[in-house]
Design a protein around this ligand. Sequence first.
Ligand SMILES: Cc1ncc(COP(=O)(O)O)c(C=O)c1O
Length: 483
Amino acid sequence: MTGQVRGVQLARLLGQWHALPGRRRSPDYAALAGAVRGLLADGRLPLGVRLPAERELAEALRISRTTVTAAYRHLRETGHLASRRGAGSWTMLPGNHRVASTGLWTPLDDRDMIDLGAAAPAAPPQLLDAARAAAEDLPRYLGGAGYHPTGIIELREAVAAGYTARGLPTSADQIMVTSGTQHALDLVLRLALAPGGSVLVESPTYPNALAALAGRRARITTHGLAADGWDSDLLLGSLRQTRPKLAYLIPEFQNPTGHLMPTALRERVVAAAHAVGTDLVVDESFVDLPLDGTELPPPVAVYDRHSRVISIGGMSKPYWGGLRIGWVRAAAPQVQRLAAVRVGVDMASPVLDQLVAVHLLAHADAIVTDRRVTLAAQRDALLDALAQRLPDWRVTVPRGGVTLWAELDGPVSSALARAAEEVGVRLAPGPRFGLDGTLERFLRLPFTLPAADLVEAVGRIAAVRYDLDRAGRQRWREPAVIA
Ligand SMILES: Cc1ncc(COP(=O)(O)O)c(C=O)c1O
């Protein structure tokens, strides 16, 4: 069991359940059961969560208890609910369905493929100059051994200055440079999470974070994001009920949904985490990429008075993934402990790459401003192409980051990804961003490629989407025995 959802909370999630499209003339109990199944399939309602008692839900929905009883029975029959007398009812999927959501997810080197699987931009033109300048600086370091487990001081100072400029006073001894944000996450998990520890994550979330958590055999509970972002009540409720050891959140232009966590919730999440003894790992990968002049709320760590918040970030999204430079911001003693963990893994990050990062950060304003202009234009081209070619898909326009999360016209994301691969488009289907094989009605689309590629990709996707409908249902063959 991963917690429980109260009657009023479920009622809010269910919204207009009695008037959902496609309902036709089905009885109320069937419509209610269908709406609960829909929430499960979209990851809004986590698996293993306890549903409210029948009477409580009936009161919250202002319907008869018999309708709720019949809906729960129907959900049990279809394998979406498990009940034990006196203990309650828990959500599940038929046949204990679990799909591996982790695994290798790397960009392809096939040059004919339009790769929408990776949400990372190409290097900025200024990178070569930064690399040349870094090579000139290198002699200053060549007299030493070159091992700096927390990073070279110039880079730690530059990163600390970035936090200070965002309203979070930070000193260099609170920064540890890592080989990318993913490395930062892995190190933090090694330090803060014993094997088998409990973790709360958003659903959907970044697949490689799930991979890192799988590496710690973490017990994961999810907070389902709605079309407009986090549900404060549910998120704080899950923290209080499940009291996880750690929560992993992406508050700025969340990957994949693009949501930006509002200021008030930031403050409340930190307070709730402190109250229940949860450490917050805040992934700020996209914080440099607000679009349309969107104002950023203060960093989550601003509200931290008890060293509960560990922030991680890096150069990959605003600059280049190939640099492999990221960092952790934490209390200075935590940074020392992280460095001790780190030397058991890789000793230190390359000095030359760190120097390149120092030069890029020295020109941050110009580079990142260009980046934002390009990303906004690419996002708009993608939105236009979707509106023209796939008008039934629903998207919330992201105000930053590099991805949009499209709600499709059916639960076809994986099938679409398979079909798209055949026509030279690589996609990351919805279930990759969840734990349970849910999220089939969603697709992440990054806008990191040139506009012409995005438009071409949408054209190809629209063509195979149309073919999927005409292909009819896939039939299963008898499994062949190999002897
Ligand atoms: C939320 C999030 N965290 C971490 C990473 C990994 O970043 P890095 O290349 O810095 O390791 C990504 C990359 O897509 C990401 O989206």
